[in-house]
Design a protein around this ligand. Structure first.
Ligand code: TTP
Ligand code: CA
Ligand code: CA
Length: 609
């Protein structure tokens, strides 16, 4: 399929956690509210703020008390705590409600984070087109066009009216599919609201990157379309870092290398120069992207890759006795167990690998894995305890644990799909009596996270004595990455065409920087007692956000993988000199609407819905 003819939507819930809390306590609907973690210093740090509060200048990362100074009526909800740690169950459940609606209505839905999803609408659009489905301006009550600023509802209707007419009259029908896509998204957003109570916003475009970009243009409760014919104009005003995949370091590098600020400025570079500068694949991807072409598919993967629970124990709260460690092994095991059981019932799969990550007060971070033979709190807790005990330097007879643990987490991953839930117990019941040996892997520190674990040979068979070692073993948190980064600084420079040569780097340019992209970090003080350092991006993350944070990495890594693989099969790019047609009307440009003629838009068949 020619990717340029796809219609992709990105649907993102508005101030999600706040809406989840308001659904439970509707008396707060319409009032300025936020969600804070714990009841700590100055009312806790805000991780979500609703739009009523944003009007007063309240922002994510502020303290509850600070918000109240700006907005005296501000109400703070607090993230639930179980066993002294934050519990995100109610947000995950609410997310599942939303995904149920999306999955019930569309075939291709990809979970991008706890509150956002990509939907490929191409086939649904085609069906509407085939039946000449009639549309009027009334079908687009919350739709906006990227690149057009409208101050009043009259202006919006005027511009939209012109858009509907132009799309219909355009012989090449470059934007017509987007009209139908926008209609479908108006409908599904209403359905989400009706069935879950939650408002959301959306972006509609020809590809995921454009859809993600424009989703944020008109929030909340609105949707934005980027016409393919307006991409140049929109990109001329889009800072490089606003593009998914070009945020953080990757974006910095691109801006520095090519001396650009806005995406549109990259159009002046030929394919050869881009490829010579940042590698064959990434250069090709970027060349196409700046022309509005991007082919990453929507993958209908809605499940978490791992289920984990973690907790920080800073300063005096560090775990320095075996008793404390045993207690917390049990608490975290219980959380992981409950979520795994729920996941098994809902998703018919089971996790094969348990990974324990822990940071000692020597600042060493350790990760060890062992097979999961059965879902059991005691089993998870015992395995975790056994792993942690291996790093204890105190005499075996003592209750003291040294060095003390300042953070640890348990994660279950490597899911076996379509697992027969009954047979899981049967499968392993005979073997549970055997003595399990969990030996430490080599004495490594600062390992990669378990998502990177690579045990391709494991097909769910249950080798009791199998010691699953981390294939990638040791990856220093700092060192290789930064060395590579510095090397890159020197090596990657735009070269004149005459000097260009194609390169095929194993580690592609963007994948080196990908992990810093659009990650839900919490901005409260980095020294916050509830922050932990993500070993993938080195950002300070609130402990209870780690599961979602990991999912963001996962989603992003997938995205980057797709970008890479798709750039190989993307259609050949147009020559650098190809002109892309400009939109006729621009920002603030008044256009005459003829609302009466809009009823004739697309077709005159009576509406059936
Ligand atoms: P977002 O979609 O980034 O934000 P939001 O839904 O609150 O607001 P918006 O209307 O601008 O989309 O994140 C979704 C939820 O994820 C958010 O409600 C709370 C949680 N979250 C964190 O816990 N920490 C973070 O750093 C971020 C960004 C989000
Ligand atoms: Ca959101
Ligand atoms: Ca989001």
């Amino acid at each position: 399929m020619n990717s340029d003819h796809r219609v992709i939507a990105l649907i993102d819930m508005d101030c999600f956690y706040v809406q989840v809390e308001q659904r439970l306590q509707p008396e707060f609907l319409g009032k300025p509210c936020g969600v804070a973690q714990y009841y700590t210093w100055k009312g806790g740090g805000l991780i979500a703020v609703n739009y009523e509060a944003r009007d007063f200048g309240v922002k994510r990362g502020m303290r509850g008390e600070q918000a109240k100074e700006l907005c005296p009526d501000f109400h703070v909800f607090h993230v639930q705590e179980v066993n002294g740690k934050a519990n995100l169950t109610r947000y995950r459940d609410a997310s599942a409600d939303v995904f149920r609606v999306l999955n019930g209505n569309f075939k291709l839905v990809e979970k991008a984070s706890i509150d956002e999803a990509y939907v490929d609408l191409t086939d649904d659009v085609q069906k509407l087109k085939d039946e000449n489905f009639p549309l009027t301006i009334n079908d687009f009550s919350t739709t906006h066009l990227a690149g057009f600023t409208t101050k009043t509802e009259d202006e919006r209707i005027e511009i939209l009216g012109k858009w509907l007419k132009d799309c219909q009259l355009d012989d090449e029908q470059r934007n017509l599919d987007l009209v139908f896509g926008a209609y479908l998204v108006e409908r599904i957003r209403k359905k989400i609201k009706d069935e879950t109570g939650f408002f959301c916003s959306a972006g509609i475009a020809r590809n995921k990157i454009l859809a993600k970009l424009c989703c944020g243009f008109n929030k909340p409760k609105k949707q934005t379309v980027i016409n393919q014919t307006d991409v140049d104009h929109v990109f001329d005003q889009t800072p490089v870092q606003k593009i998914q995949g070009l945020g953080a370091k990757a974006g910095d590098r691109v801006m520095e290398l090519f001396q650009v600020e806005y995406v549109g400025q990259l159009r002046k570079y030929t394919l050869d120069v881009l490829q010579a500068s940042i590698g064959e694949k990434d250069g090709y991807w970027l060349y196409n992207l700046v022309r509005g072409i991007e082919t990453a598919p929507v993958n209908s993967r809605n499940l978490y890759k791992s289920i984990s629970a973690s907790k920080n124990f800073p300063g005096k709260s560090s775990l320095d006795t075996l008793d404390k460690i045993r207690t917390w092994c049990h608490n975290l095991a219980e959380e992981v167990f409950n979520r795994l059981e729920k996941d098994r019932a809902e998703n018919k799969r089971r996790a094969k690998l348990l990974t324990v990550t822990c940071t000692l007060n020597t600042n060493e971070t350790i990760a060890r894995s062992c097979p999961i033979n059965e879902y059991s709190i005691d089993r998870f807790a015992n395995d975790t305890f056994r792993i942690l005990k291996q790093f204890n330097k105190s005499p075996a007879s003592s209750n003291i644990y040294t060095p003390a643990i300042i953070s640890f987490g348990i994660g279950a991953g490597k899911f076996l799909e379509n697992a027969n839930t009954k047979s899981i117990v049967d499968l392993f019941s005979k073997q549970t009596t055997k003595t399990e040996t969990i030996k430490p892997t080599e004495n490594t520190t600062r390992c990669q996270e378990y998502e990177d674990y690579d045990d391709d040979d494991d097909d769910g068979s249950n080798s009791e004595d199998k010691i699953l070692q981390k294939s990638t073993v040791t990856v220093p948190i700092q060192g290789d990455f930064f060395r590579k980064f510095q090397k890159t600084d020197e090596q990657i420079k735009p070269r004149p065409k005459s000097e260009t040569k194609t390169t095929s780097s194993i580690v592609s340019f963007f994948s080196r920087y990908a992990s810093n992209e659009n990650i839900p970090i919490c901005s409260p003080e980095k020294s916050s007692e509830h922050c932990t350092t993500c070993s993938k991006c080195q950002k300070s993350i609130l402990v209870w956000n780690m599961p979602e944070h990991e999912d963001f990495h996962y989603a992003h890594e997938l995205q980057m993988e797709e970008n890479r693989s798709n750039s190989m099969i993307a259609p050949p790019p147009p020559p650098a000199t190809t002109k892309i047609s400009k939109p006729v009307k621009r920002k603030n440009e008044k256009q005459k609407s003829n609302i009466q003629t809009l009823d004739s838009f697309v077709n005159k068949k009576p509406k059936t819905e």
